[in-house]
Design a protein around this ligand. Structure first.
Ligand SMILES: Cc1ncc(COP(=O)(O)O)c(C=O)c1O
Length: 437
C-alpha cells in the first residue's frame, strides 16, 4: 500500500464515525460508466453502483453536461418557498411512468428512508389507523421508524431500541428455504396461509394503515417472491382498506428489466416509494401514488428543507429519458442473463455456490458450506474482500450475510463486465475450495 493510501486510512480512522461502513478503503478520484479510478491510479470495476443508485452509470455525459448548465441558474430556491419547473415536471413524469391508470400525485424528498417515513405518514392520515406491516427480511432504512420496519437485527437494530410502536413483520416466501417435501406451489400456498394467520395472530387488518413491501427484497438477499404471494398481499389490502405501498427504492428504474419491479407481478400499488437510481447519484426520493391518498395530508404537513432539490430533479428527468432512449430495461435483462450464465459456469468448479437468483439485472448468489448446506458468511466476506482488493467493487447482502449481489450500472460495457467477472473468478480461486473431482 502506498503512503497516500495509509494517510487517508489514518484520517478515516481518526475523524470519520466508526458506525459508517466501508467496503473499500481506496479514495475515488474519477468515475464513468462502470469504472472508478482512485487517486493512486488504480482502476475498479463497479458491481455495486453506489448500492443500486447508478443504473445509468457514473457521470452519464448527458446528465453531467445538463447539470453543469443548471448549476448556473440556481442551486436551491426551496420548493416550499418558491416553485421551480423540474419538481413539477418530475411529479408529472412519475405519475405517467408508474403503474396504475388513476390520478396520481407525488411528494419529493431526499433519502429512501425519508420516502418510506412519508409513505407511512400519508397512509396513517388517509386511513386514520396506526399499524404498519412490513416483512421478515425486509429493509426500509435507518431512521427510527424505518429501522423498526427493517428485519435484520445486526447491524441495523442491535442496541438502537426502543423501536417505533405499531410495526409488525409478516412472513415473505423464500423458495431457497423451501422444505424438500413441498413443491414450489405448495410452499407458496403455505406462506400465504401463514400471512392470513398473521392477521389473526398478530394484528387485526382493520387496524393496519399500510403494508410496505419490497417487490424483490434487496438487502434481504434479492429474494424474489412468487407472483401469487404479491397478489395475495394486494388482495388483503383491498379487502381491508389497507394502503399497499411498494418500496421500489432498490428495485426501481429498470433494474429488474421493467421500469418498476412491481410490474412483474401485475399489481398496481396505492403508493410507491422511489429513490436510488431515480437521480443518478443525487440524493432524491419520492412517494408517488393515488392522488386521493397522497392528498390526505394538509399543506405544511409534509416536506423538508432540501426535499426535491432542483439539481437532483433535473438529473431524474434525464434518467427517465435515458432509460427509454438507451433501452435500459432490455439491457438489464441481457446483463442479468450474462451474469447468471457466468455464475452457473462457476458452480461447476466451486461447490460453495448455493442458490442463484435473478430478476432482470438483480442477480444474487448464495455462498454456502458445501458439507452442511448452511450459509457461509465468513467465506462470503473473504470473496467480497478479495474482489475489492483486486479491482472489483462488490457487495454482500442477505439476512445471514451470505449473499453476493450484483448491482452494476446497466450501461456497463462488455469489457468492463468481463474484467469484473474475471476478478470475481480469481477471488474464488484464491479463497474458495474447488469441487472434489
Ligand atoms: C428497499 C429499500 N428501502 C429503503 C432504503 C433506504 O434508503 P436510504 O438508505 O436512502 O435511506 C433502502 C436502501 O438500501 C432500500 O433498499
Amino acid at each position: 500500500m502506498t503512503e497516500q493510501f495509509e494517510y487517508y486510512k489514518t484520517i478515516r480512522e481518526q475523524y470519520v464515525a466508526r458506525g459508517v461502513g466501508n467496503g473499500n478503503l481506496h479514495v475515488a478520484d474519477t468515475a464513468s460508466g462502470a469504472t472508478i479510478k482512485d487517486i493512486e491510479g488504480n482502476t475498479f470495476i463497479d458491481f455495486a453502483g453506489a448500492i443500486g443508485t447508478l443504473n445509468v452509470g457514473h457521470t452519464h455525459p448527458e446528465i453531467t453536461k445538463h447539470l453543469k448548465e443548471q448549476l448556473d441558474k440556481f442551486i436551491h430556491p426551496g420548493f416550499n418557498v418558491i416553485m421551480y419547473e423540474s419538481y413539477l415536471k418530475l411529479a408529472q413524469k412519475l405519475a405517467e411512468i408508474t403503474p396504475g391508470n388513476f390520478a396520481k400525485k407525488s411528494i419529493l424528498l431526499n433519502s429512501g428512508a425519508e420516502a418510506v417515513e412519508n409513505a407511512v405518514k400519508i397512509a396513517r392520515k388517509y386511513t386514520g389507523r396506526q399499524a404498519v406491516v412490513s416483512f421478515v427480511r425486509g429493509f426500509h432504512g435507518r431512521t427510527n421508524l424505518t429501522m423498526s420496519m427493517t428485519s435484520k437485527v445486526r447491524p441495523y437494530k442491535y442496541g438502537f431500541g426502543p423501536f417505533a410502536p405499531e410495526v409488525y413483520q409478516a412472513p415473505y416466501p423464500n423458495v431457497s428455504e423451501k422444505p424438500n417435501t413441498l413443491s414450489n406451489a405448495e410452499y407458496v400456498d403455505q406462506v400465504i396461509q401463514k400471512l392470513h394467520d398473521f392477521f389473526i395472530e398478530t394484528v387485526d387488518p382493520s387496524e393496519v394503515a399500510c403494508i410496505v413491501m419490497e417487490p424483490v427484497q434487496g438487502e434481504g438477499g434479492f429474494i424474489i417472491p412468487d407472483r401469487k404471494f404479491v397478489q395475495a398481499v394486494k388482495a388483503i389490502c383491498e379487502s381491508n382498506g389497507i394502503v399497499f405501498v411498494a418500496d421500489e427504492i432498490q428495485t426501481g428504474f429498470a433494474r429488474t428489466g421493467k421500469t418498476f419491479a412491481i410490474e412483474h407481478f401485475d399489481v398496481e400499488p396505492d403508493l410507491m416509494t422511489v429513490s436510488k437510481s431515480l437521480a443518478a447519484g443525487f440524493p432524491l426520493s419520492g412517494v408517488v401514488g393515488k392522488a386521493e391518498i397522497v392528498d390526505s395530508a394538509n399543506p405544511g404537513e409534509l416536506g423538508g428543507t432540501y426535499a426535491g432539490n432542483p439539481l437532483a430533479c433535473e438529473a431524474a428527468l434525464k434518467v427517465i429519458e435515458i432509460i427509454e432512449k438507451e433501452q435500459l430495461n432490455e439491457k438489464a435483462e441481457t446483463l442479468g442473463h450474462n451474469i447468471e450464465q457466468f455464475l452457473q459456469e462457476l458452480t461447476h468448479t466451486y461447490d460453495s455456490i448455493g442458490p442463484i437468483r435473478r430478476l432482470g439485472a438483480m442477480v444474487a448468489m448464495e455462498i454456502i458450506n458445501p458439507e452442511t448446506g448452511e450459509p457461509d458468511k465468513v467465506l462470503t466476506s473473504k470473496i467480497v474482500k478479495t474482489a475489492n482488493e483486486h479491482g472489483l467493487l462488490l457487495l454482500s447482502a442477505g439476512i445471514k450475510g451470505n449473499v453476493i449481489r450484483f448491482l452494476a450500472p446497466l450501461v456497463i460495457t462488455d469489457d468492463e463486465l468481463n474484467t469484473g467477472l474475471k476478478i470475481l473468478q480469481d477471488a474464488f480461486a484464491k479463497v474458495a475450495s474447488t469441487q472434489p473431482s
